[in-house]
Design a protein around this ligand. Sequence first.
Ligand SMILES: *[C@@H]1O[C@H](CO)[C@@H](O)[C@H](O)[C@H]1NC(C)=O
Ligand SMILES: *[C@@H]1O[C@H](CO)[C@@H](O)[C@H](O)[C@H]1NC(C)=O
Ligand SMILES: *[C@@H]1O[C@H](CO)[C@@H](O)[C@H](O)[C@H]1NC(C)=O
Length: 256
Amino acid sequence: MVALLALIAPTLAVDCTRDGLLAAADSYLAAVTSGKSSDLKLSSTNFTYQQNNKVSDIAKGILSTPWKIDLNRSTADTVACASYTMFISSSGTKPYVVGTQIRHANNDTSSISMIDTVAATTGDLFFDAKKTLGYIQKEDWTIIPADQRPSRDLLKKVGDAYLDMWTDAKAADTIPWGTECERVEGSSYTSPCGKTLPHGGSAKNNGMRRYVIDEEMGSVDVLCQFDSLGPWPDSHEVRVIAGKVKYVHTITVMKT
Ligand SMILES: *[C@@H]1O[C@H](CO)[C@@H](O)[C@H](O)[C@H]1NC(C)=O
Ligand SMILES: *[C@@H]1O[C@H](CO)[C@@H](O)[C@H](O)[C@H]1NC(C)=O
Ligand SMILES: *[C@@H]1O[C@H](CO)[C@@H](O)[C@H](O)[C@H]1NC(C)=O
């Protein structure tokens, strides 16, 4: 019976679960805290570590040292079977604000196939981890009631339109800005968000876009290469509440 199940199992559709994604994200945060990437359940056949848009050795990146985490938050995308985790470490000699997407192949959240990190530190765009922490600590990230969630499609469009503002003069007007929207770019704070937006001007599209879309949180995170101004490794996260943009966060690395 067991042998028979083992034969059948690989062909059965397995659901990617929110709990599984968030448990894997927590295991990542535990590894960040301990500085031991060896504790992570990485796929032995299909694992990639990427830091600041470059494939690299996990043993040499930020996971090689323990970090004290002041704040963390994770979102989950069961369709892409991926999660997004943001954490801030502000107290050490090397402060960090980090955005990480974790991916799982074949809907198997017990095994990690990719850790994709954008890690900003002193000298990066508007970098001040303590100031960023102060703004983000005050935010409300409770789950959105089931009947008020933005669709996956809307979240993807908002994420893309945001990154298109530098190349497409009309993109900013397609975004449903909330009247009390707050934008935290590095540590630079703007409210309302819909103020002082770019309307085209660059010929270079922001490329290498990777998405984590969470309808329950009403959020989209896009890791990308900010070619319009850069080429800078970048994370743009947007949260939509009651159909309108409420928060925008950016992490942008200038020194790589
Ligand atoms: C993976 O999980 C998602 C969400 O439950 C589901 O829609 C999808 O069909 C699953 N894919 C596979 C290959 O099992
Ligand atoms: C992440 O944040 C939660 C509260 O949102 C906290 O309970 C947990 O201890 C934090 N994890 C780490 C590793 O700091
Ligand atoms: C390897 O992992 C990536 C996600 O990081 C996934 O897109 C790809 O399908 C996986 N390949 C195999 C052969 O499972």
